[in-house]
Design a binder for this molecule. Structure first.
Ligand SMILES: C[S@@+](CC[C@H](N)C(=O)[O-])C[C@H]1O[C@@H](n2cnc3c(N)ncnc32)[C@H](O)[C@@H]1O
Length: 442
């Protein structure tokens, strides 16, 4: 534990009335003196005792955990997971909220970000204000969706499996992660000791039986013999350069989506919820309505999920260009889409590669950037290509709202926006915005 500065307020308790939800899995409250608290483990409208976890006298705001609930919200339930709560696992933010309330909270965050950063009401964004659960996730009370097909376990000094505490490198030892997919749980990783390892990541591919374990050893540690309850391939992350190396079995897993098999190598990006890839692919295609002969871009294309769906729809006379910065993902995308002559996948950053292609006009664009979003320069470039429609897939509503404001400056507005709860129990939420050019006479 670090020595707290003298002015630290860590440990200080305040009795507060809890205000609205804020982006990041907490709610806003004010102390009697007007200090702003970001409080976790609470819900809007509750009265709680909040104990400060971060911040000092001069801080603009303090972070805190609700350690006693004096007046509970009607949306509150007992957290089904024993490792959820103040000071424990940092993975799930909303275990203590009913599933419907979790989605409402996420909707309130999206609405707030749209208003604050893009100046858009839900109506102006073409959004009905709902956050849809993924297929199969509406379960009887008390049951928790087992959706995490990829879990990175943190390993403590003694080799016990755990998960990281909130905003900390400390490990909360666990016996079982409730939201892990069955394919992950049945590997038996949680029942073993992993001495010398820093992390053990488990992947249970959707639609194939492929299972993979990615080990990150601590400096100087030897790799253990991986004997699990099901066959797995094993990769290792190099402690020095972060490179991923094959130890045993295939270097990739096969994920099914859009009636296609996608090879995903070296633990590269693939949506974690088993329904996510298909849900997003459908939302994007329903929004873009590709036509035969269209020229389309799939930016930040990963292993080619949207490029494949577009290639099917634009037909022989159309063309699709994917751009992706991970070398391995580019190799996988080229492999996954090899049957389509009309698809090209370029390696590099969108902001560097796209201007170099010389493309000055396209019909459709999909962009699915990482959490940071696309940014002003890329948005401006995209708006200059004159696309009929643009699909923006976003895992961070703040980055999305900021980029929607840039799109508005550049002449594009949202036609529809849909939100999906592809990360139940956590504060994360996925959005798909479909944009079109603002009509000149509007
Ligand atoms: C959210 S993932 C989307 C992947 C893919 N669309 C899918 O659904 O599987 C974002 C992808 O963007 C890639 N990436 C990150 N920054 C990039 C950049 N500046 N240019 C191109 N690709 C980037 C990452 O490697 C990752 O594959």
């Amino acid at each position: 534990m670090q020595n707290a500065p003298e002015s630290s307020l860590v440990g200080q308790e305040y009795e507060v009335e809890v205000g609205p939800v804020a982006h990041g899995g907490h709610c806003i409250a004010r102390t009697e003196e007007g200090r702003v608290l970001f409080v976790r483990h609470t819900l809007p409208g509750e009265k709680v005792v909040a104990r400060v976890t971060e911040g000092e006298e001069s801080s603009r705001f303090l972070r805190a955990d609700a350690v006693r609930v004096l007046e509970p919200s009607k949306d509150r339930v007992e957290a089904p997971c024993p490792y959820a709560g103040p000071g424990k696992c940092g993975g799930c933010d909303w275990q203590h909220a009913k599933p419907g309330a979790q989605r409402r909270l996420k909707g309130e965050v999206i609405a707030e970000q749209l208003q604050r950063l893009a100046g858009l009401t839900p109506e102006e964004a073409g959004w009905d204000g709902t956050v849809m659960p993924a297929e199969g996730d509406k379960l009887p009370p008390g049951q928790v969706p087992q959706w995490r097909t990829r879990v990175q376990y943190a390993i403590d000094d003694a080799g016990h499996v755990g998960l990281r505490r909130h905003r900390s490198h400390e490990v909360e030892p666990i016996e079982h992660c409730m939201i892990a997919a069955q394919g992950v749980s049945e590997l038996g990783i949680e029942e073993r000791l992993w001495e010398g390892m820093a992390t053990v990541e488990a992947i249970a591919a959707s639609g194939s039986g492929d299972r993979q374990v990615i080990l990150t050893p601590r400096p100087g540690a030897r790799l253990p013999l991986v004997e699990l309850d099901k066959p797995v391939s094993v990769l290792r992350v190099d402690e020095k350069d972060g490179g991923v190396h094959r130890v045993h079995g295939r270097a990739f897993v096969r994920e099914r989506a859009d009636d296609r098999t996608h090879r995903v190598g070296n633990g590269g990006f693939w949506q974690v919820h088993p329904q996510a890839a298909d849900t997003l692919m459908r939302a994007v295609m329903q929004g873009l309505l590709p036509r035969k002969g269209d020229m389309a871009l799939d930016l930040y294309c990963g292993v080619g999920l949207f490029a494949g769906a577009l290639a099917d729809r634009v037909g022989d006379k159309g063309a699709v260009l994917g751009i992706e910065t991970s070398k391995r993902a580019v190799e996988d995308a080229r492999h996954n889409l090899q049957q389509f002559d009309r698809v090209r996948v370029e390696h590099g950053k969108v902001e560097a590669v796209l201007p170099r292609t010389g493309i000055d006009s396209v019909d459709l664009i999909v962009l699915d950037p990482p959490r940071a979003g696309a940014g002003k320069q890329t948005v401006r470039h995209l708006a200059g290509l004159g696309a009929r429609r643009i699909a923006y897939v976003a895992c961070d509503p703040a980055a999305l709202a900021r980029d929607l404001a840039y799109f508005a400056e550049a002449g594009y507005k949202p036609r529809t926006l849909r939100a999906f709860d592809l990360f139940p129990m956590t504060h994360h939420v996925e959005c798909v915005a479909i944009l079109e050019p603002v009509k000149k006479d509007a």
